[in-house]
Design a protein around this ligand. Structure first.
Ligand code: HXC
Length: 511
């Protein structure tokens, strides 16, 4: 006869079985390859004791290719919700020890369920990817599962933050779900993403390339721009995910969480007064300004290894999250090119979707000239950044530290495309182009002396912020040491910003 005790025992056994995933041997293999298991990853990511698991007993329904001979509780993905710093998030973690974490119909349905719940409850979704891709035994059912997730990724875009950590293989069409999310984290040496792997590439293009070179963490963080963050190992990467979530609101109707610090909002730093060299050909590191002025000097840079001529990332000012976009004079003189335009445009779109004010630092000599850029479509890619800044309705504060030349002046969150408050340092130079270039065009046949004199005159008359300030294109010229408070004050003044735009289905960003 069945007793209550035996019923409870059965539940306990099933739980133990589910928690073992693909079994001890495969768990050992996972550890040996330098990776944590799906459950261990969730333990690192989620606040202790807050994870609630769904669908622990789900099994696949496949019959072909001997699939019915082997079933594992949970079917290769662990799903549920929990808290990060006390705030609710939904999470799925592919379990590589079960059919290589491959996606079955049942497995896709589990992920679908938590994504739908996350949208309904207005919480971020974090996906921990470690998978051999479509479950081969399930054929088109698996492909349909992927497509369902892509569809949901798009529906959730701009509604809840979606974050992907790639913690193992992620190949074929499977890469497109992370690609549709807002941020991608990868791990050094144990993660890779590609549409077609090295063997197919060898057969088709005869190129020899390793998995790591083709789709490793550094390839996507520095070359393709597909990934945004790189961690040293699973645990480090998951801690970075936690840090990022701390800057973000739970959904597009919420404001980002306020995190008060002891850092005085009035804090001045005289080092800033001399940081920007008067000689406009001399580089300096824009990140020094950013870290100096931010709360507790804390700055989470996004895509630090890609298109380094523009710096983007999150910090707090007076406890509130801001997104920085800044030309980097220390790299390619901070020029705007295809990669930096795309990088910054996507970041601006994210901030705008999630109510994060944008603070823009401008020191830009213009757009990068050359056939590579023109044939590569700098016109349409530069237009992305212009579009993104123009369309952003969150508070926008701009500080011109030095060069603001040509079209790049307009593009970099100028007053004309909707910035709310525009500051300039006394070192700012707002002009159509630099003095040398201008005099070369205006005085083609001039002698060396005439040129020197004309350059001096141009510098006096145009290479300063006062022409723009005279006509109200710059609201205030500030002492660099006061940057922190000036921005905090400006953001405070924009707190209740409202913009009314005519209704439309959606705009047509130059993709
Ligand atoms: C079913 C799979 C699987 C898959 C791996 N496994 N991939 N089972 N479907 N796609 C199983 C293996 O049979 C094995 O089972 C276990 O997972 C671990 O795999 P190994 O090969 O032993 O591991 P490893 O040597 O680390 O190699 C990992 C791997 C390799 C590189 C991911 O398994 C691999 O190449 N898998 C196939 C990848 C692939 O081509 N997927 C389809 C891509 S197309 P046992 O029982 O031995 O533990 C795609 C389309 C998506 O995904 C389309 C979306 C639109």
């Amino acid at each position: 006869m069945k007793t209550l005790e035996s019923k409870f025992k059965k539940l306990e056994e099933l739980n133990q079985q589910a928690e073992l995933g693909g079994g001890t041997d495969r768990i050992e293999k996972q550890h040996k390859s330098g990776k944590l298991t799906a459950r261990e990853r969730i333990n690192v990511l989620i606040d202790k004791g807050t994870f609630v698991e769904f669908d622990k007993y789900v099994i696949h329904r496949a019959k072909d290719l001997g699939a019915d001979l082997e079933k594992f509780l949970g079917d290769g993905v662990i799903t549920g919700y929990g808290k990060i710093d006390g705030r609710q998030v939904y999470v799925f973690a592919q379990d590589f020890t079960v059919f290589g974490g491959s996606l079955s119909r049942a497995n896709a349905d589990k992920i679908k369920k938590i994504m739908e719940l996350a949208m309904k409850m207005g919480c971020p979704v974090v996906g921990l990817n470690d998978s051999g891709g479509a479950r081969i035994q399930e054929g088109v059912e698996s492909l349909a599962g992927y497509a369902d997730l892509f569809h949901l990724n798009v529906a959730a875009s701009g509604v809840i933050p979606q974050i992907s950590a790639i913690l193992g293989p992620c190949a074929g069409g499977a890469v497109y779900s992370p690609a549709l999310t807002d941020f991608i984290f990868m791990v050094k040496e144990t993660s890779y993403m590609f549409v077609t792997g090295p063997d197919v590439i060898k057969a088709v293009t005869h190129e020899d390339v390793t998995k790591e070179e083709l789709g490793g963490a550094m390839a996507h963080n520095s070359k393709s721009g597909v990934a945004h963050f790189i961690g040293n190992d699973d645990a480090h990467t998951l801690m970075m995910v936690r840090e990022l979530i701390g800057f973000l609101p739970s959904n597009n109707m919420d404001d980002p969480p306020i995190k008060h610090s002891a850092d005085d909002i009035h804090r001045e730093d005289s080092k800033l007064d001399t940081l920007v060299p008067v000689d406009s050909n001399k580089p300096y590191d824009i990140k020094e300004i950013i870290t100096t002025i931010s709360d507790d000097n804390n700055f989470l840079e996004v895509q630090p290894h890609y298109a380094k001529n523009i710096v983007v990332g999150f910090a707090r000012l007076g406890g509130r999250s801001v997104g920085y976009v800044a030309n980097q004079p220390a790299y390619l003189a901070g020029v705007l090119d295809i990669d930096s335009s795309i990088k910054a445009a996507r970041f601006v779109r994210f901030c705008d979707a999630f109510n994060i004010p944008i603070v823009t630092f401008v020191d830009v000599p213009g757009f990068l000239p050359g056939t590579t850029q023109e044939y590569g479509g700098i016109i349409k890619h530069g237009a992305k950044l212009l579009y993104a800044f123009s369309a952003a309705s969150v508070p926008k504060i701009t500080i011109i530290t030095r060069k603001a030349y040509g079209g790049a002046y307009d593009v970099m969150s100028s007053k004309h495309i909707g910035a709310d408050i525009n500051f300039a340092y006394p070192t700012a130079e707002i002009a159509v182009m630099g003095a040398e270039g201008a005099i070369n065009i205006l005085l083609r046949g001039a002698t060396a002396d005439e040129r020197t004199k004309a350059i001096e005159e141009y510098n006096d008359n145009f290479a300063n912020p006062y022409k723009a300030a005279e006509i109200g294109y710059v609201d205030e010229i500030i002492y660099p040491r006061q940057t922190r408070y000036k921005i905090i004050e400006a953001l405070e003044s924009c707190k209740n910003k409202r913009l009314n735009m005519p209704p439309r289905k959606h705009g047509n960003i130059p993709l």
